[in-house]
Unconditional design. Structure first.
Length: 109
């Protein structure tokens, strides 16, 4: 299924959702800030490391990385049903209801 990852996420009130990534240890500035899109939420979820991942194989990590690269590099990505499950699972583990509630229906088409 082809999915458009450029869609913007919003607050519960409908305003564009913004974010700032953790501040740089040396200068204190945020590494990145801007609008939260489906793309960066999914890439963040796929590349995040959680305690749940202990014991995960290198092969599994590489597969998630390659999927994150595809999503990062293309506006619309053709995903298999299995890949959609992986993305939904990771998004559900990393984010709260505000992001999950928007991304999951977008992944369902």
């Amino acid at each position: 299924m082809k999915i458009d990852f450029t869609r913007k996420l919003t607050t519960i009130g409908g305003k564009e959702l913004t974010y700032a990534v953790a501040a740089c240890a040396s200068c204190g500035r945020p590494h990145e800030e801007g609008l939260r899109t489906m793309r960066n939420a999914c890439v963040d979820a796929l590349t995040s490391v959680m305690t749940h991942d202990q014991g995960e194989t290198g092969t599994s990590k590489v597969e998630r990385y390659q999927l994150a690269l595809r999503i990062h590099n293309e506006d619309a990505v053709n995903l298999t049903a299995e890949e959609i499950v992986i993305v939904k699972t990771r998004v559900g583990m990393v984010f709260g209801p505000l992001v999950v509630g928007q991304v999951w229906p977008m992944l369902d088409g």
